[in-house]
Design a protein around this ligand. Structure first.
Ligand SMILES: [Zn+2]
Length: 479
């Protein structure tokens, strides 16, 4: 049975009960990356939010067809490939592969289809032809423009009107356009650029038409849910709506969801500001699970401020969650225990939060309460209660993806991180030697020397933990 989901729809600017054209089936499209370089942590937020939607829809009982494209034909790709003396399509293919690796690091489920622009040319050309046939586009010397004035509903998503757009935005002077907001559907290729034959001559598509055509190819004329970063709402998504509805004469998509930015201080992350962190670099230093946790620790429509503090909190929480999941696996059922009646309420609250416009942060808040409730109940749970615990953990793993499919791999990486002394002026060998010396001092009841060693290490930000079995472990203070 499908659970009722509410989604904030930017077309109406309201939170609405999510309805699909075909009952039980969702057609979902998310705008994917332009693959000219490694993806950065700002891109990653959009990837993971789409993955959250995908997982939640599936868990809620829908049959989901999820399409996320790769833009592999684009000015940025062509420029970068020319700098490197490479073929642009091959250059883009290389970074599609790298991007797929990053998405695996982020624990993402694979979409149903991941089309590339270079492989969708017949559909793109067909759609442009339909738009021209329906009198919503015009051709000037091998260039095709969308005629925004002909599309009466232009601006319905971004809530902009053509009048203010005409005066309000700075656009390059282009005599070929009838209106400043008219946008390119097809442009003639320059020498050395990838190009395809078309009724308007050799050329390549504009950016916006790609998504309209790929969405139609795999999902049909009308979608249920469309997602992207909030920066794509205008003009990209506005233009997608105009193109698709002008070509198909029916609504393009019923529900539009946009995730907010990832902010660096007060600045949005951008290559020009030089504050770009690649997903790959973050994953190598920390772990993809940490980054995923950072993204989902706030609601997707809230701004996320990037800081050391946010990363350290994520490290802490990821560790607690994964240790808890491992610990619970070893619990033994107690057949003489009564069922814990309160235990099921946590999962219900988590469902309520996630079905309320995908509130991952709210759902995790209840999971932390749940962990506190269960901790210390080792070997005391009845079979029913133990199964409820496993079900709740499975929700975090499958519906949120906030427990890794490889929990011991995550914990191993975190342990390495705790022992990472590269930013300190000390070596692990030196620490181990002092710990050994302290063990000997303690065995000789030389408490003064044992204490002195602890202080010496604390001064270097090394924290010691004595265990009941007489061993001592250490970690690097993280703040
Ligand atoms: Zn798009």
């Amino acid at each position: 049975m499908n659970r009722e989901l509410k989604v904030h729809n930017n077309l109406t600017r309201k939170k609405e009960v999510f309805k699909t054209v075909e009952p039980g089936k969702v057609k979902f499209y998310s705008c994917g990356p332009t693959t000219y370089d490694f993806a950065h942590v700002g891109n990653g937020r959009s990837f993971v939010v789409a993955d959250l939607f995908h997982r939640v829809l599936k868990s809620a009982g829908y049959q989901v067809t999820f399409v996320r494209n790769y833009t592999d034909v684009d000015d940025k790709i062509i420029n970068r490939a020319h700098e490197l003396n490479r073929d642009p399509i091959e250059h883009a293919a290389l970074f599609v592969k790298e991007c797929e690796k990053d998405m695996d690091f982020l624990g993402m489920l694979h979409p149903t289809f991941t089309p590339k622009v270079s492989e969708s040319m017949p559909e793109i050309i067909e759609m442009i032809s339909d738009i021209i046939k329906n009198n919503h586009a015009y051709v000037v010397n091998g260039e095709v423009f969308f005629d925004v004035v002909s599309f009466k509903e232009y601006g319905k998503l971004s809530k902009k009107d053509l009048e203010s757009l005409q005066h309000g935005i700075r656009v390059e002077v282009d005599d070929k356009k009838r209106h400043a907001s008219d946008f390119v559907l097809w442009k003639p290729a320059k020498p050395g650029e990838p190009s395809w034959d078309s009724p308007w001559g050799k050329g390549r598509p504009g950016w916006h038409i790609e998504c309209s055509a790929m969405a139609k190819k795999f999902l049909g004329k009308t979608l249920d849910l469309h997602h992207g970063g909030v920066d794509l709402m205008f003009p990209h998504h506005e233009n997608e709506i105009a193109q698709s509805e002008a070509a198909n004469n029916c609504p393009f998509c019923h529900s539009w969801a946009h995730n907010e930015f990832l902010n660096f201080g007060s600045e949005k992350m951008s290559k020009s500001l030089g504050n770009v962190i690649k997903i790959r670099d973050f994953v190598e230093k920390y772990h993809g699970q940490i980054l995923r946790h950072v993204y989902l620790s706030v609601h997707y429509r809230a701004r996320l401020e990037w800081s050391e503090e946010v990363i350290h909190r994520a490290i802490d929480e990821v560790k607690k969650i994964h240790e808890f999941a491992q610990e619970v696996e070893a619990y033994k059922v107690n057949s003489s225990s009564q069922d814990d009646k309160d235990l099921g309420s946590y999962l219900e609250k988590m469902w309520d939060e996630i079905l309320n416009d995908f509130n991952s942060a709210g759902a995790m808040g209840h999971f932390f309460s749940f962990m506190r409730h269960v901790k210390g109940k080792k070997d005391q749970l009845s079979l029913n209660s133990y199964n409820k615990v496993l079900e709740t953990i499975a929700f975090v793993k499958n519906t949120l993806g906030l427990i890794s499919t490889d929990p011991s791999g995550v914990l191993r990486k975190l342990e390495q991180l705790e022992k990472d002394t590269s930013h300190l002026s000390v070596e692990a060998d030196w620490i181990e030697k002092l710990i050994q010396e302290r063990v000997v001092a303690k065995s000789q009841k030389n408490w003064a020397r044992a204490d002195e060693i602890r202080k010496e290490l604390t001064a270097k930000k090394i924290l010691l933990k004595d265990h009941p079995d007489g061993t001592t472990s250490w970690s690097v203070e993280t703040n």
